[in-house]
Design a protein around this ligand. Structure first.
Ligand code: GLN
Length: 547
C-alpha cells in the first residue's frame, strides 16, 4: 500500500515564490536583477518582497570585516544584513526585516537549538530533511505573513558550490511541493570572446546542466552579456536549456543599476514571470517616476565634489548605502555628486590642505577601531575651520565631537573610550547597557530608535519635522557629562533620544552646515524618498560652491 503523504507544514497557499540562482561566476548582480523584477511586479500592483539566503556560516554579516563582504546593512528591526537588502529597499521603498536575510549559520543554529530542546524526538538530525526543512520554513515565513503576493528568494553564491547545495535542494523540494506557485530564474553569463568575436553560450549550458543534476529545471534564464543576445543565440540557449524562447532574457551591462528595471521591462521579464506563475499581467506599467528619476540622474544641471573619508575606501561596496544616498540626493538637487574617496589613514596635518582643497563638502564615514582615526579628526578640523559643509555619520559624528573638544574646548587628550580606554577627557564613552556585554555578534545598539529634534535646527529644517526615527549600529555615545561645556562653546545637541536623553545629533551654530549624526541616515535613502539629510548636505555643498 502506498504511504499516505501529508503536507501539514507545506500546504499550498496563494503566495508565489520566485527563486533566483546564479551560475558560472559570482558578481553577476543577482541582487539587482531580483530588485528590478520586484520593482516591476510592485508597479503592476503585486505586493512583493525579496529575501536573501547566504550560504556562509556566520550567523549574520555583522561580525564581518567590510573588506570581506562590503557594507553591513541594518534594518528597522535591528538585523545586520547583506548589502543586497539595501538595494531591495532602495528599489522598492519598502522596509525589510530580520526575515529577509538568512545565513547557513542561522539555519544550523536554529536546528541545533531544536535538537538540544529534544524537538526531533530521538531522530538522527540530518541535512535532509532537517536543514532543508528549516530553509523551507525560512522561505515561507514571509509568504505566511499574508502580506505578500510574491516572495522573491535570492540564493547567494554560485550553483555548484558545496555551500549552496542544501539551498538548491530546498528549492527542488519546494518546486515539487508547490508546482504551480514556484519558479526559478537562473542568472548566468554569456561571455564575449574577443579573439573569436563571438558570444559564447557553453558556460550557460553547463551551468544549467549543473542545476539539472541537482533536480532543478530553471524556468527563466537571465543572461548577463556585454553585447546583444541575438535571435540565433536565444534560440540556441532555449534549445539546449529546455526553456521557452521568451524566457531567455538578455541582461546587458548598464550605465547605472537604476537602468536595470527598465531594461528588464523591455525584455518582458516581469510578464514572463507572471505568465509562468499563472498571474494576470494586464497592461505594462509606465514607471513614470522611475523614468523621471533616471532622466534627472543622467541630465544634471550642475555638479559638486564631495570627499568621503573612510578606512575601507579601496572597496567601494563598504560604503554602498552612502554612495547610493548621494545619487538619490544628487538627483533631488539636479546635481551630479562626484565622490572623492579618501583613505583616512593617508590624511595628515601636512597633506590635508592638498587633499581637501576645492572640495564642496566633506563626509566622514562610520567605522570601528583606531585605524585612520587621526585622519578623520584632521578632516573634521579642516571642514570646521574652513567652513566647508560637513556631514559626520556615527564614528564620523564621534570624531566631530572629539575634534571640537580638542581644538575648541582645548582638551588635547579628549578621545573616545573605544580607542583610549583611560582617556582623561572621554567625550565619547561606552553606553551603559553595553558594559556587561562580551559577545561581539548582534550586541550593538541596533535598529530604529526615535529622536526628538530641536526646532529651528538645520536637521529639523531638513526633515521638516521634529520627530524622526533612524537606524543605529553602535556601542559608544556622546558623554552627557560634557554637554554643557559643548553647548556653551557652540556645538549644540540638536537631536536626542526622547527616552534616554542620548545625544543623536550635534551641530555647530556658527557654520554654514556642520551636522554629525549618531545614527545611519544612509540606510533609509531610497529612489522614491531620498534622505532629507543627504539632500540638505548636497544642497549645502552646492551653495558652498556657488558662494
Ligand atoms: N565605533 C563606533 C561605535 O561603536 C561607531 C560605530 C559606527 O560608526 N557604526 O559607537
Amino acid at each position: 500500500m502506498r504511504p499516505v503523504v501529508t503536507f501539514q507544514i507545506y500546504m499550498s497557499n496563494s503566495t508565489k515564490y520566485v527563486f533566483v540562482t546564479g551560475g558560472v561566476t559570482s558578481s553577476l548582480g543577482k541582487g539587482i536583477i531580483a530588485a528590478s523584477l520586484a520593482k516591476l511586479l510592485q508597479a503592476r500592483g503585486y505586493s512583493t518582497t525579496i529575501q536573501k539566503l547566504d550560504p556562509y556560516i556566520n550567523i549574520d554579516p555583522g561580525t564581518l570585516n567590510p573588506y570581506e563582504h562590503g557594507e553591513c546593512f541594518v534594518t528597522d528591526d535591528g538585523a545586520e544584513t547583506d548589502l543586497d537588502l539595501g538595494h531591495y529597499e532602495r528599489f522598492l521603498n519598502v522596509p525589510t526585516s530580520q526575515a529577509n536575510n538568512v545565513t547557513t549559520g542561522r539555519i544550523y543554529q536554529a536546528v541545533i537549538e531544536k535538537e538540544r530542546r529534544g524537538e526531533f524526538l530521538g531522530k538522527t538530525v540530518q541535512v535532509i530533511p532537517h536543514i532543508t526543512d528549516e530553509i523551507k520554513d525560512r522561505i515561507q515565513i514571509l509568504g505566511k505573513k499574508g502580506t505578500y503576493d510574491i516572495v522573491i528568494t535570492e540564493i547567494g553564491g554560485t550553483v555548484g558550490d558545496i555551500e549552496s547545495l542544501p539551498y538548491v535542494e530546498a528549492v527542488r523540494q519546494m518546486l515539487w511541493e508547490f508546482e504551480n506557485d514556484c519558479i526559478v530564474i537562473h542568472l548566468t553569463l554569456v561571455p564575449y570572446l574577443a579573439a573569436a568575436g563571438e558570444l559564447k553560450t557553453k558556460p550557460t549550458q553547463h551551468s544549467v546542466k549543473q542545476l539539472l543534476e541537482l533536480g532543478v529545471q530553471p524556468d527563466i534564464l537571465c543572461c548577463r552579456t556585454e553585447h546583444e543576445l541575438d535571435l540565433t543565440l536565444r534560440k540556441k540557449i532555449a534549445k539546449f536549456c529546455n526553456v521557452s524562447m521568451n524566457a531567455v532574457i538578455e541582461a546587458r551591462d548598464a550605465d547605472s543599476i537604476y537602468d536595470v528595471p527598465l531594461l528588464m521591462q523591455t525584455e518582458e521579464l516581469d510578464k514572463v514571470v507572471l505568465e509562468k506563475l499563472g498571474l494576470s499581467s494586464k497592461s505594462t506599467p509606465k514607471l513614470d517616476n522611475w523614468k523621471s528619476f533616471l532622466d534627472r540622474l543622467k541630465n544634471p544641471k550642475s555638479e559638486v565634489n564631495i570627499a568621503l573619508i573612510g578606512k575601507y575606501v579601496e572597496l567601494k561596496d563598504s560604503y554602498k548605502s552612502i554612495s547610493e544616498a548621494f545619487i538619490h540626493a544628487g538627483v533631488s538637487n539636479e546635481t551630479r555628486v562626484n565622490v572623492k574617496w579618501i583613505h583616512s589613514e593617508k590624511l595628515t596635518k601636512s597633506n590635508i590642505e592638498d587633499e581637501l582643497r576645492g572640495l564642496d563638502g566633506i563626509l566622514v564615514a562610520p567605522g570601528f577601531g583606531s585605524r585612520g582615526i587621526s585622519g578623520k579628526i584632521e578632516a573634521v578640523r579642516y571642514a570646521r575651520e574652513k567652513k566647508i559643509p560637513f556631514f559626520g555619520i556615527c564614528l564620523g559624528m564621534q570624531c566631530a565631537v572629539i575634534e571640537f573638544a580638542r581644538h575648541v574646548l582645548g582638551h588635547s587628550d579628549a578621545h573616545t573610550t573605544e580607542i583610549a580606554e583611560d582617556s582623561n577627557y572621554p567625550v565619547i564613552s561606552m553606553m551603559e547597557e553595553q558594559k556587561s556585554i562580551s559577545n561581539m555578534g548582534g550586541t550593538m545598539r541596533l535598529g530604529a530608535y526615535k529622536c526628538q529634534l530641536k526646532p529651528g535646527s538645520k536637521v529639523a529644517t531638513a526633515y521638516n519635522t521634529d520627530r524622526i526615527s533612524e537606524r543605529h549600529r553602535h556601542r559608544y555615545e556622546f558623554n552627557n557629562e560634557y554637554l554643557k561645556e559643548f553647548e556653551k562653546a557652540g556645538m549644540i545637541p540638536t537631536g536626542k533620544n526622547p527616552e534616554t536623553g542620548l545625544v543623536e545629533v550635534v551641530e555647530i551654530e556658527d557654520h554654514p552646515w556642520f551636522v554629525g549624526v549618531q545614527f545611519h541616515p544612509e540606510y533609509k535613502s531610497t529612489v522614491a524618498n531620498p534622505h532629507p539629510l543627504f539632500v540638505a548636505f548636497v544642497k549645502a555643498a552646492l551653495d558652498n560652491k556657488t558662494k
